[in-house]
Design a protein around this ligand. Sequence first.
Ligand SMILES: Nc1nc2c(ncn2[C@@H]2O[C@H](COP(=O)(O)OP(=O)(O)OP(=O)(O)O)[C@@H](O)[C@H]2O)c(=O)[nH]1
Ligand SMILES: [Mg+2]
Length: 212
Amino acid sequence: MITNKHKTGSFALKFCVLGDGGVGKTTLIERIATGNFNPTTKMTIGINFSLIHLDLALDSGEAIDINLTVWDLGGEDRFRIILPSYMQGADGGILMYDVNRYTSSMSLPNWYKMWKENVVPGTPIYLIGSKFDLIKPTMYSMVENNIKSLKEELGIKIHFLISTKDGLMIEDLMQTIVKDMWRFKNRVKPIQTPYSLERTLRMQKSSTDSQR
Ligand SMILES: Nc1nc2c(ncn2[C@@H]2O[C@H](COP(=O)(O)OP(=O)(O)OP(=O)(O)O)[C@@H](O)[C@H]2O)c(=O)[nH]1
Ligand SMILES: [Mg+2]
């Protein structure tokens, strides 16, 4: 993914993916690991674990190897009891919901509560709205309003709208959050990335244009 610059070190980060069943957690992780969209993932039974290697380009121009251990936490209710122990020691996580399924965003306060009870205070967490490919332009303002309230209610600053199917914003997402997690772990000032629907739409347009 990123560049082939001279590497100045390697770093391990533990990353957790949280959210209701069916929002697309496993599919996203598979996309990051393989670059492919798998439309036939099965429900995650309990937890799944994968190791993903990434190159991270730092602002200084250096590049470092990141060994990301990704914990995919099954979203079905029956697995909730076992999940807290897998969050412990995390360097960062995402709270994922499906932008087409309002109830999946209503569960985020509960997911966030579980997260805060099990990680070091201030551990980076990001909001991800998934399956943007299924959203029609007439729904954009509803999506925007929901994002605004979620950010306010949860107090989480970084939000991405993605489509794992189309590969939309996945590279941006990983670059931003891995760098932010690295900064948190190394006590470097965190980044401020305001959410922007315009950016997602711009990326969507440029990828559509390049396919023409
Ligand atoms: N259209 C569309 N479908 C998607 C996208 N991402 C995932 N899906 C579909 O959503 C369904 C559920 O995806 P999973 O990744 O298995 O969901 P999960 O969050 O891991 O669910 P649990 O394992 O039960 O917690 C699958 O049929 C995926 O193909 C996307 O970006 N767009
Ligand atoms: Mg899954």
